[in-house]
Design a protein around this ligand. Sequence first.
Ligand SMILES: N[C@@H](CCC(=O)N[C@@H](CS)C(=O)NCC(=O)O)C(=O)O
Length: 234
Amino acid sequence: MSSRRLYELVTDDGSSISPYVWRIRYALAHKRLDYKTCGVGFSGIASVGPGTFKTLPVLEDQGRWIVDSWAIASWLDEKYPDRPLIFATPAERSAMRFIEKWLLVEVVTKLFRISVLDIHDRLRPEDRGYFRQSREARLGHSLEVAHDQREPRVAPFRDALHPMRMALRETPFLGGAEPGYGDYMAIGALIWGGTVATLPLLDPDDSLREWVERMLTLPLMEPAPLPVERLFGR
Ligand SMILES: N[C@@H](CCC(=O)N[C@@H](CS)C(=O)NCC(=O)O)C(=O)O
């Protein structure tokens, strides 16, 4: 039985909803490492491990505690160099850091504004007050105002994904012939959005659909993290 544990952010019904956790779930599958998951709400983060962590994911592996998805991905390669590498070269690692920042600014932030009330409504009751207060401070207005403004924000979110559509015309994955950490980060954001959003985030005819289907049905990731219809509306 695995002693490796991934602490992940969960909703009231136990769904895993952090984009940062999803990329690590894919990264662990890439490394062919088994693990158990421990679902935590926002108010439970302070009780994980030594009690000093502020965010999830956190990985506990053979007595070591690692916080932050980038640190976890880097550590997995360092600790398990004989398994498939997440960052095969320093140049790939740097390029992935750029994609991570691009996704944060162009994709995660846009998804957050579209679905922030939907996230709130899915949280455990004890997490909702903290989430509302911290996210309203970040937004500068209420979650309800963000919700009312969400529909015109969907088209700019879809447009932001265009560099991915262009790259995926040339290769089946952002990583080329095989999926890589760029794919894991990107699909992680879409799984998070698709799990919580109460409107279809992507057009059913979006050319990204084939890649989304490939990423959601990777044999390494069984069962599929999300039904593809959750993202496309049909
Ligand atoms: N840079 C961190 C970001 C992780 C992060 O922001 N996680 C969120 C959940 S999606 C979190 O734990 N937030 C805690 C809070 O807002 O109190 C990483 O890559 O792991």
